[in-house]
Design a protein around this ligand. Structure first.
Ligand SMILES: Cc1cc2nc3c(=O)[nH]c(=O)nc-3n(C[C@H](O)[C@H](O)[C@H](O)COP(=O)(O)O)c2cc1C
Length: 331
């Protein structure tokens, strides 16, 4: 007999959707199957093909959603007893990624309470006397995190992050796609539902108008004048971080599993009293990925999947999650 009812599924999905996804595109859907299992379904119409041409980040996002479902089940004393991965290529707009068997009797997951508190913090950080203890707690919690605290190294990484980001932004199709996922006006009908809105991006109204111009028609001119780089720079924010955290997973690991760990690592950051912002371009850009690997002396067995800047927020935070309505996430 299935442990799932339609009402329970709605409650579970409302919590599982708090998981992070690339550009907040939210590609994951959920479906109750006739055999009592729960399918994690890929909405293949939801993509960022320029930023994520291989679909790697979509699969990491599905992994995070899967972990979100595991946490939601755990809060109710339930668990995922089995994950059956679907390898078949599907042409359907809703392709099953995996089928979950729900079991009973879960021991309490210590990260459950961090799910509603975790958020992307895209503003500056403030140094604190507790940073050292928090970072020690964080790195002790997992063996796939490498912490870089040296101020010179943090400054170098801040410069590399800007260079890596600008190299992607120079492509017109990258800018176009990014703008389609940016919700720079509260009048955008999807402002509260998906993509990156002003609040999530820590931008005021004037900065949002500026971003639309810089990433839009003015970019080629500004770049020629050498103004695009300083206008788009995140240097001050990155440099204000207490540390850079390299998220490293075994080479060859299914990104679905990496995504589960990505979310858990981020929840551990929250549990240590810190906030974080991923900087994917550092990991996605081969030359900067290599430089970071060399800096941290990573072994050939691990892959640098992403980089977080972490610290204590410079202003008070009340996490908000901009997500699609539950009804749209159940198919
Ligand atoms: C695979 C992946 C890559 C991401 N890369 C970035 C990034 O490079 N920069 C960034 O600001 N946020 C990045 N994010 C964070 C998402 O934009 C964020 O999770 C999403 O907007 C939802 O917001 P929330 O984290 O506040 O809940 C990434 C998330 C995922 C899952």
């Amino acid at each position: 007999m299935s442990l799932l009812t339609p009402d329970l599924l709605r409650e579970l999905v409302a919590e599982a959707r708090l998981a992070p996804s690339v550009h907040n595109i939210q590609p994951t859907r959920w479906q109750m199957l006739a055999d009592g299992r729960l399918a994690l379904v890929d909405d293949t119409t939801v993509r960022a093909p320029v930023a994520d041409p291989t679909g790697h980040d979509v699969r990491v996002s599905h992994g995070a959603a899967l972990e979100g479902m595991s946490l939601a089940l755990n809060r109710r004393g339930l668990s995922i007893a089995d994950v059956a991965i679907d390898d078949q290529k599907s042409t359907s707009p809703h392709a099953v990624v995996c089928r979950l068997t729900i079991g009973s009797g879960a021991t309490s997951d210590p990260l459950v309470d961090n799910a509603p508190r975790r958020m992307s913090w895209r503003s500056t950080f403030a140094a604190s006397s507790q940073d050292e203890a928090s970072l020690a707690e964080l790195t002790a919690s997992r063996d796939d995190l490498v912490c870089i605290r040296d101020r010179k190294q943090v400054a170098d990484i801040a410069a590399w992050a800007d260079e890596a980001e600008l190299s992607f932004i120079r492509a017109a199709d990258f800018r176009r796609e990014l703008l389609t996922w940016m919700r720079l006006s509260p009048n955008d009908p999807l402002y509260l539902q998906s993509g990156l809105n002003r609040e999530a991006l820590a931008m005021n109204a004037i900065e949002a108008v500026g971003a639309r111009l810089v990433l839009g028609p003015l970019f080629p001119l500004l770049d020629r004048l050498g103004l695009a780089a300083p206008l788009l720079s995140d240097h001050a924010k990155t440099q204000s971080a207490a540390a850079m955290i390299l998220f490293c997973r075994p080479r060859g690991e299914d990104p679905l599993l990496s995504g589960r760990h990505f979310y858990r690592a981020w929840l551990e950051i929250d549990r240590a009293g810190l906030k974080a912002c991923p900087m994917s371009s550092l990991a996605d850009h081969p030359a900067f990925n290599d430089r970071l690997r060399a800096m941290a002396r990573l072994s050939d067995e691990v892959r640098l999947v992403n980089v977080f800047r972490v610290g204590r927020p410079s202003a008070s935070t009340s996490p908000r999650h901009f997500r699609l309505p539950v009804d749209q996430l159940i198919v």
